[in-house]
Design a binder for this molecule. Structure first.
Ligand code: MN
Length: 319
C-alpha cells in the first residue's frame, strides 16, 4: 500500500463518519424566483460557531433556533420561543438544515410560499458546545452555551421519545442568567436593524418607481410671452437641474443622466425623510443662496469642487 492509498482510505473514512449536512431539503422546499431567502450552499465553518434566532410570523408564529455545525445551521422551530425559566420545557421541532447565509436573512417571504410570512432577526451571536455534538445529535442530548445579545448562558436540547423523530425540548440550565419567567416577549424588534415586524413588512412591500430614467422638461426660447390665462410663470433659477429618484434610497441624476448624489448628500437625506418610505420622482433644481440672499451659481460650483459640511443655504426646488 503506498502513501496515496492510505490518504484516500483516510479521506473516505472521514467523509463517512462526519456529520453529513444536507441543504438539499432546504433548496427543494423553496422557489428562489419567488422568495428572497438565500439559496442553500455550504460554507466552511469558522472557529467561532454562529448562533441565530429568527422570529418567524408564518401561519404558526414561532422562533427558529439555529446553531452552526458542519458548515450549515442545525435548525429547530420553537413555537413558544426559548424561556429563561429552567422549569419551562419548550417544544423544539428539528427542521431541515439551513445555509449559513440564512443567518443574515430578514424580510417577508411571500404568501403561499414555503414559510410565507415575516422573518425578524431576533438574536445573533455565537455558541459553544458543552458536550460532543455528533454524539449528542445521535443520542438526543445537546448541551451548549449561548453568547447572544438577548440569550445568554447554558441551555440544553433534549430529544423526546414520540413517534416523530424530530421532537426535542429546549430548556434553560440553572445559572446566573436563569429567571423566574420566560423573559423574552418584550423583545419585539430586530436585533440587526431595530425594525418592528410592521416596519420590515412596509419596506418589503415598497412599490418601486416604474421607470429608472426620465427626461427633464426643457425651456423653449420664444420672442414674446404667450397670451391667455393658461400660462403661469416661474423664475429661472441658476443651479443644477436634478431628477431625484426616491425609493429605499435616493439617486440624484443630472439632465445628462449622471449620478451626482455624492455631491448633494444632504438633499438626498432630506428627500428620504420627507418621502416616508414612499417611492417618488422629483424634477427640480438645486441652488445655493449666498449671505446676501441671492442665488449664487459660483457658490454651487465651489461646493462641488470641495463639498463642505455646512451647506444650510442649499435648496432643492421642485419644478
Ligand atoms: Mn421558521
Amino acid at each position: 500500500m503506498d502513501i496515496r492509498q492510505v490518504f484516500i482510505i483516510k479521506k473516505l473514512f472521514f467523509v463517512k463518519n462526519s456529520y453529513m449536512p444536507e441543504l438539499e431539503k432546504y433548496n427543494k422546499k423553496r422557489d428562489f424566483n419567488k422568495t428572497s431567502e438565500p439559496k442553500g450552499r455550504k460554507i466552511k465553518s469558522q472557529k467561532q460557531l454562529k448562533y441565530v434566532i429568527q422570529h418567524h410570523f408564518s401561519r404558526k408564529e414561532h422562533y427558529d433556533l439555529r446553531l452552526e455545525w458542519g458548515g450549515v445551521f442545525l435548525s429547530w422551530a420553537v413555537p413558544k420561543g426559548p424561556s429563561f425559566n429552567p422549569v419551562d420545557k419548550r417544544l423544539a421541532i428539528q427542521v431541515e438544515d439551513h445555509p449559513l447565509d440564512y443567518g443574515k436573512f430578514e424580510g417577508t417571504i411571500p404568501k403561499g410560499e414555503y414559510g410565507g410570512g415575516t422573518v425578524i432577526l431576533w438574536d445573533v451571536g455565537t455558541w459553544l458546545p458543552l458536550s460532543d455534538v455528533k454524539k449528542g445529535l445521535e443520542q438526543g442530548v445537546l448541551k451548549f452555551s449561548i453568547l447572544g445579545e438577548r440569550l445568554k448562558g447554558s441551555w440544553a436540547l433534549i430529544k423526546i421519545k414520540t413517534e416523530k423523530d424530530s421532537h426535542w425540548v429546549l430548556v434553560k440550565e440553572k445559572d446566573e442568567y436563569a429567571q423566574t419567567k420566560a423573559g423574552i416577549y418584550h423583545f419585539k424588534t430586530s436585533i440587526k436593524t431595530g425594525r418592528t415586524k410592521l416596519e420590515i413588512e412596509q419596506n418589503k412591500d415598497m412599490i418601486k418607481n416604474p421607470f429608472k430614467k426620465v427626461e427633464v422638461q426643457l425651456v423653449k426660447l420664444v420672442e414674446a410671452e404667450p397670451k391667455g390665462n393658461d400660462w403661469i410663470y416661474e423664475l429661472k433659477y441658476d443651479g443644477y437641474r436634478i431628477v431625484a429618484f426616491v425609493e429605499s434610497d435616493v439617486k440624484l441624476m443630472t439632465r445628462n443622466h449622471k449620478d451626482c448624489t455624492v455631491y448633494f448628500k444632504n438633499v438626498a437625506r432630506s428627500l428620504l425623510e420627507i418621502s416616508k418610505e414612499k417611492s417618488m420622482v422629483f424634477d427640480g433644481e438645486i441652488i445655493m443662496v449666498n449671505e446676501k440672499g441671492e442665488i449664487d451659481f459660483q457658490l454651487l460650483q465651489n461646493h462641488i469642487k470641495t463639498p463642505s459640511l455646512v451647506s444650510q443655504f442649499m435648496l432643492f426646488l421642485i419644478c
